[in-house]
Design a protein around this ligand. Structure first.
Ligand code: ZN
Length: 368
């Protein structure tokens, strides 16, 4: 396999300013200023681990580009795009909800969306077999008219529409394994049967009011949105079961020409913003399932980085995903024995019950 890789130093210059975790610091709320949890550390260290593990030199570099306003406007309101540019040209601001950014952030966010576009173009024109776009800021919480949850523009959503409108694809799937709900992708394509959106996430983490199993799409898009809200404490057993019983059969029905993975690595056992228990080997297995189904239905796979807040462990989970895409193994994950051995990694009965609810909806996924 030849695997493309998108990264750019400027992604690490997206500046979220200070906060207490994600909470803005202010004298009135008693939150002492600290480094914002969405910092460059986890992503920069993933790129560094790719280098020192020897993985990077086995990848095909793909240059990111700036997504154009027209490309962003396929999913976002012009007023949102204009407001982001104006704030960025001034002193920065908040892109919507909990999404602080410094001057110049508009350009970096366009480079993140454009990095995802470049990866999709390289895969669809056959330059590479598949690709990982290590972009920042993330995108899956951004909605039509506002940024949310550290996201300004929907990188994967912009990518899905680009694949259709510029590259002529008919059916695109977005599989979101970020531990938070992929609300942006869900609502942007909610009435659209040509984009299948599937999100696995920790039940009512963020946003706390979306991601329920009964959100299945509307109108012509009925059945083309699947949520798998997993209980807190879900480990590799629950994630693999959800992929085998919900994600894989849904993709087999839908037969996407392209599957875009919204790759948040914040379901990891060491993540500070969630309470799941995924390991690097868990992500390896999820990637393998996606690739196997894509192979079966004759589709392609592009992975675009989303969240992930363990400054240390994101790198090992990300390496496992990239290794699987490329079909090679490099180094061992030194944390794996301890994290995989934790109690509760295997599928638990209450997790099985949650997965069953989503599984029952797979038969409503549109077929070509
Ligand atoms: Zn997340």
């Amino acid at each position: 396999m030849s695997t493309g890789f998108v990264c750019d130093e400027r992604y690490f210059w997206w500046d979220t300013r200070s906060a207490g975790l994600f909470m803005p610091s202010h004298i009135d709320n008693f939150v002492e200023p600290f480094e914002h949890i969405e910092s460059a550390s986890s992503k920069r260290r993933m790129r560094n681990l790719l280098e020192i593990s020897g993985m990077l030199k086995q990848l095909t570099p793909i240059e990111p580009r700036f997504a154009t306003v027209e490309e962003l406007a396929r999913v976002h309101d012009q007023a949102h795009i204009d407001r982001m540019r104006e704030l960025s040209e001034g002193n920065g601001g908040d892109a919507g909800e909990l999404t602080p950014f410094a001057p110049g952030g508009y350009e970096i966010a366009r480079l993140a969306a454009g990095g995802t576009l470049a990866a999709i173009e390289a895969v669809m024109d056959g330059t590479v077999d598949n690709a990982y776009a290590l972009v920042r800021p993330p995108g899956h919480h951004a909605e039509k008219d506002r940024g949310r949850g550290f996201c300004m523009f929907g990188n994967c959503a912009v990518g899905a529409r680009h694949a259709q409108e510029a590259l002529g694809l008919k059916r695109v799937a977005i599989v979101d394994w970020d531990v938070h709900h992929g609300n942006g992708s869900q609502w942007l394509f909610y009435d659209d049967p040509s984009v299948l959106t599937i999100s696995l996430h920790q039940d009512r983490n963020f946003p706390p009011d979306s991601g329920f199993v009964n959100e299945t799409g509307t109108g012509a898009g009925e059945g083309a949105n699947l949520n798998v809200p997993l209980p807190a404490g879900s480990g590799t057993g629950a994630y693999i079961a959800a992929f085998e019983r919900v994600v894989a059969p849904a993709l087999r029905r839908f037969q996407p020409e392209l599957t875009i993975v919204a790759s948040g690595l914040d379901a990891s056992v060491y993540d500070p913003l969630a309470r799941q228990m995924m390991t690097s080997d868990g992500y390896r297995e999820l990637t393998r399932i996606i690739m196997d189904v894509a192979n079966e239905v004759g589709g392609k796979v592009v992975v675009s980085h989303e969240g992930g807040y363990s400054p240390v462990y994101v790198a090992f989970c990300g390496l496992a995903v990239v290794e699987t895409l490329a079909g090679v193994r490099t180094i061992e994950d030194p944390y794996l024995e301890m994290s995989a051995g934790m109690g509760g990694q295997e599928l638990q009965p209450h997790q099985d019950a949650a997965i069953k609810e989503s599984e029952a909806l797979v038969g409503n996924v549109p077929t070509p």
